[in-house]
Design a protein around this ligand. Structure first.
Ligand code: ATP
Ligand code: MG
Length: 413
């Protein structure tokens, strides 16, 4: 029997509840099941930044560091990230910026859907946090996949009030000095997130209206302000962190433009697949149009961010009808030249998909955990680490004077 409209709506309502229950169950399962990553042996020495394991063990024996966690046979379990941070503090080896260095805002942005933006943003945040940096993730996509993957349940654990939305539209009930209230903890002690919610979709509409109004009243300053709302909203809380990582929507609009203009460096993930590559040109075209409008109106008062291209979805063994992943990669490198990062994000399908089920990244889990094979974990860690280290070298350290001095003292070029 055919359903009437009300029945059809009720049916959708049941789907909403059932999806919610399923996601909540999955989240509880992940929280109970996933053991925190533990650092041992050489890995511990490297992440703490000392020369030998004995340095750590002696400090623990002498009570200068808390005693290690032991298993039932009195063997060391290894240090959690929280314990690593305590060790870095004690030995003065924390990689965090000095107070004179500006925190760096990075975004992974392209108007192309599915080019690995959110996953790369999450993995970058987790990698940097696991090195000891203080990281803030900011989810500005109403789809909220970054929010979900850090263990929050979008539109249940997040809402208009607990996202950046009211601060972007300058809601009078949410003055800028309260923005810290929307920052939430993640599973990592030194990585926080500002979650997204569905209402962020309405922000785009509000911002467009404001631009139209300011054009009518020819209020140039008001119009400029609309492009910098995200930057404004983050201008004070960013100082609690070393790195702020923004994730946005695969669309061209005022919110994505706000993300680009809030970034010190915008990294454009470019898929190395023929069909998707065409959209990279469209992205450049659309961005150029907007940048020209801004530049004509405000000149260098409106600084455009540095930009790098990051090839993604690289899979040299995979061929499509006309051209292979390797050929597209070669073209991307030739076209973007020094602005193309040397490293690429490879496809790690089983790793990423298994870990997203557990709301973790490859940097947060122990070898053999979460249905990820040791070999696949090792390969993924090696690939992601080289990419994120290159981003540190090219987009972050040049802005931190303390890193230059630190390296000069140690003869590192
Ligand atoms: N390195 C990777 N290897 C394999 N699969 C990946 C990798 N990175 C992301 N994925 C998968 O590809 C799909 C798209 O990734 P993601 O959501 O990060 O893209 P996006 O660009 O943020 O998409 P959108 O445009 O919808 O925001 C997801 O299913 C994700 O799990
Ligand atoms: Mg995304």
């Amino acid at each position: 029997m055919a359903l009437d409209n009300l029945q059809k709506i009720e049916e959708v309502d049941r789907w909403i509840d059932a999806c919610g229950d399923y996601l909540e169950g999955q989240q509880e399962f992940a929280n109970e099941f996933v053991e925190p990553r533990r650092y041992k042996g050489n890995e511990l020495v490297e992440v703490v930044g000392v020369t030998a394991l004995a340095t750590i063990h002696t400090a623990e024996k002498e009570g200068r560091l808390p005693p290690p966690d032991l298993n039932e046979n009195n063997r060391r379990l290894g240090a959690t990230l929280g314990q690593v941070l305590t060790m870095q503090d004690y030995f003065g080896t924390s990689p965090c910026r000095q107070s004179d260095d500006e925190p760096q805002i990075l975004s992974f942005i392209n108007f192309k859907g599915g080019c690995y933006k959110s996953t790369t943003a999450l993995y970058a945040g987790s990698y940097y946090a696991n090195l000891g940096y203080r990281v803030l993730l900011v989810d500005l996509d109403p789809q909220a996949s970054l929010t979900l993957n850090t263990g929050l349940f979008p539109d249940v654990d997040s809402s208009y009030e607990s996202s950046l939305a009211p601060y972007i539209i300058e809601d009078v009930d949410h003055p800028l000095e309260n923005v810290e209230a929307v920052v939430r903890k993640t599973h990592l002690p030194n990585m926080d997130i500002i979650p997204a919610c569905l209402d962020l979709a309405g922000v785009e509409f509000s911002l467009s209206n404001e631009v139209v109004e300011s054009r009518i009243t020819q209020d140039k300053a008001a119009m400029a302000g609309v492009f910098f709302r995200v930057r404004e909203a983050l201008s004070s809380i960013k100082y609690n962190y070393d790195l702020v990582i923004l994730d946005g929507t695969p669309s061209l609009g005022l919110l994505p433009l706000n993300i680009i203009l809030a970034s010190d460096t915008a990294i454009v993930p470019v898929p190395t697949e023929a069909t998707d590559f065409a959209s990279t040109r469209s992205f450049c075209k659309l961005y150029k149009q907007q940048a020209e409008i801004l530049n004509d109106a405000f000149g260098d008062d409106v600084p455009l961010p540095d930009m790098f291209v990051l090839p993604t979805r690289y899979s040299p063994s995979e061929h499509n009808a006309t051209v292979s992943s390797q050929e597209i990669l070669n073209a991307v490198r030739e076209i973007f030249n020094v602005k193309c990062l040397d490293t690429v994000i490879r496809k790690h399908e089983s790793v990423v998909s298994n870990l997203s089920f557990f709301r973790r990244t490859v940097f947060d889990v122990n070898a053999g955990d979460c249905n990820v094979s040791r070999d696949a974990r090792k390969k993924a860690i090696a690939n992601f680490s080289t990419v994120f280290n290159e981003i540190l070298e090219k987009a972050v350290f040049p802005h931190w004077e303390s890193k230059r001095v630190w390296r000069e003292e140690r003869g590192i070029v």
